[in-house]
Design a protein around this ligand. Structure first.
Ligand SMILES: C[S@@+](CC[C@H](N)C(=O)[O-])C[C@H]1O[C@@H](n2cnc3c(N)ncnc32)[C@H](O)[C@@H]1O
Length: 337
């Protein structure tokens, strides 16, 4: 990573494979303790993204069945100029703040187009995965060296960069990440984003929409087993970082989709009666055969619900770009006074 792309020291940057910082252990330990003592047991999907998890997610994005990445990339390419018009009302310089950017692959196509249109653009990708940001920095250096990039490694629920003066802020939340939140969490997240923007600033959401349940389910249950490896990697991470002794062969990935609620869910299912111990947490967790750990939800949206949620959180939907082949939308929102 070039000097220009170095991660800021203020954020809790975790280098790939480095021992986690004290603060990060505290958060992970507290969340895991709460989650494994809850009914049903659950683990936050934000812990998927250690070095190995980030690499596995990059493989998921290339899977034929995982349509969200492909469709969203197509929409960003097709509507890049119209998005500029919808998100940036004046010729002001733009600060593009991407929340949970991952490797930023899709966003670079948008940046390239906006630079071509003469936009003065500053890109601030933010992610808890230092490894994903490292890759993003390398990608920018290779593909778009003219772009000014300031990556920030941190949790968007805990830290936020100060907006640059005199730049119109555009926050991006792509990959249908919003769908990983429950309804209440999604509202809390959007209100937090609104509180950090100025009236008139913009937010672009990439949201997966309801569609044939078989298409949705296939995206979370690929025959190649990459999603299963991604899900199980969470246990590997807890073994390493919390001194746990999960037997990775003792749990299996299971995905479901409920078309009534529009929610895809991922679980890890205990294959037998077993007890898992943690040195760091000082607790043992007995599992029965078939007992699940709920690891991720992916909400599929409908337009009316999105409009209502935006308004409830201080935004108005300004433009809606939907894929004609597979229901998926880019939703341009404006922060209201
Ligand atoms: C599903 S991936 C999507 C990546 C990218 N937005 C895309 O559309 O391809 C989710 C990304 O959000 C990051 N992430 C998850 N929870 C986060 C949090 N609380 N704060 C910051 N980043 C987070 C993960 O590290 C991961 O890179």
């Amino acid at each position: 990573m070039s000097k220009r792309h170095r991660l800021p020291a203020a954020a809790p940057a975790l280098a790939a494979n480095a021992p986690p910082a004290e603060a990060a252990i505290g958060t992970l330990a507290g969340d895991v303790l709460r989650g494994l003592n809850a009914t049903p047991r659950q683990l936050s999907s934000k812990y998927f993204y250690d070095a190995r998890g980030s690499r596995l997610f990059e493989r998921i994005m290339r899977l034929p069945a995982y349509y969200p990445t492909r469709v969203e990339a197509r929409l960003l390419r097709r509507h890049a100029r119209a998005l500029l018009g919808a998100l940036v009302p004046t010729a002001a310089p733009v600060e593009l703040l991407e929340l949970g950017s991952g490797d930023g692959r899709k966003t670079l196509a948008l940046c390239r187009d906006w630079l071509k249109a003469g936009t003065s653009l500053s890109y601030r990708p933010m992610d808890i995965s230092a490894q994903a940001l490292e890759r993003l920095g390398q990608r920018v250096a290779r593909q778009l060296p003219a772009l000014s990039v300031q990556p920030l490694c941190g949790d968007y629920f805990q830290t936020w960069p100060l907006p640059q003066a005199r730049r119109h802020q555009v926050a991006l939340f792509l990959g249908s990440n919003l769908g990983n939140f429950t309804d209440a969490e999604a509202h809390r997240f959007l209100r937090r984003v609104r509180a950090h923007l100025r009236a008139g600033d913009s937010l672009l959401l990439g949201l997966d929409l309801r569609k044939d349940p078989r298409t949705v389910l296939a995206a979370y249950d690929d025959p190649e087993g990459v999603t299963a490896a991604f899900n199980l990697n969470l246990l590997r991470r807890l073994n390493r970082e919390l001194g746990m002794d999960f037997d990775l062969d003792g749990f299996r990935h299971y995905a479901s989709y409920c078309p009534l609620q529009g929610v895809a869910r991922s679980f890890l299912v205990s294959q037998r009666a077993q007890t898992v111990n943690s040195r760091v947490l000082g607790q043992s967790f007995p599992f029965g055969p078939g007992e699940v750990i709920y690891t991720e939800q992916s909400q599929k949206y409908e337009r009316a619900g999105v409009d209502a949620m935006a308004v409830a959180c201080g935004f108005a939907v300004h433009a809606w770009f939907e894929d004609p082949e597979l229901p998926y939308a880019l939703v341009a929102c404006r922060a209201q006074a």
